[in-house]
Design a protein around this ligand. Structure first.
Ligand SMILES: *[C@@H]1O[C@H](CO)[C@@H](O)[C@H](O)[C@H]1NC(C)=O
Ligand SMILES: *[C@@H]1O[C@H](CO)[C@@H](O)[C@H](O)[C@H]1NC(C)=O
Length: 184
């Protein structure tokens, strides 16, 4: 099986771990349900072909999974009740393009270390408990960043956005991409 969507239902209980036996999945979408409990530990890396993992808008709690499959391009776990810090193992998801953790209770400092993800284009941290100063980071392909409704403080240094080259260019491709992102 390549594609499994159970999105937009009223499923409850834990995310079933039988899903972790579907080792050729490329897209898993369980968004907009009422799954609760923690994300099964096996969920991150059960499929080496997984491209999209969407668990948005559930009632999931606990920490984010470690060791998410390096093949993932889009990871959306927004609108849950996840706590803790962002796992530093996220830097191994080399092809990650979209990362959305909005509206959780993640308590961490600004993840400047995510700038080592060369393909990252969308980073949404809004409505969590991120705190501290922003500092300088080189997000070369980033097009959309939303860090609103957290507890960041300090100044925004003028060199902070210096190397965010994708944001300095204009053109049709960007418009198309933004449209797609907003559409999803
Ligand atoms: C997933 O990662 C865990 C370590 O967190 C490892 O023990 C396991 O073998 C990995 N599974 C796959 C399918 O890569
Ligand atoms: C975040 O964690 C720190 C301790 O590491 C704690 O002092 C602080 O209250 C936490 N913030 C929130 C909003 O939970």
């Amino acid at each position: 099986m390549d594609y499994l969507s159970g999105a937009n239902n009223n499923f409850t209980g834990n995310i079933p771990s039988f899903i972790c036996a579907l080792c050729t999945l490329t897209i898993l979408d369980l968004s907009n349900n009422q799954f609760n409990g923690s994300i099964p530990r096996c969920m991150g890396n059960f499929s080496s072909t997984l491209r999209t993992l969407n668990l948005r808008k559930n009632r999931l709690s606990g920490d984010l999974p470690e060791n998410i499959s390096a093949s993932v391009k889009s990871l959306d776990i927004g609108h849950n009740q996840l706590v803790g810090k962002l796992p530093r193992s996220l830097v191994h998801i080399s092809f990650l393009e979209v990362f959305n953790v909005e509206s959780n209770i993640i308590n961490d400092t600004f993840p400047f270390w995510l700038s080592s993800l060369q393909e990252l284009q969308v980073l949404v941290l809004r409505s969590n408990a991120f705190h501290g100063q922003i500092g300088q980071a080189r997000f070369s392909k980033l097009r959309i960043i939303d860090i609103s409704s957290n507890h960041f403080n300090g100044t925004l240094p003028s060199d902070c956005f210096e190397n965010w080259t994708a944001m300095l260019s204009l053109g049709k491709k960007e418009d198309q991409f933004n449209g797609e992102y907003m559409g999803t």
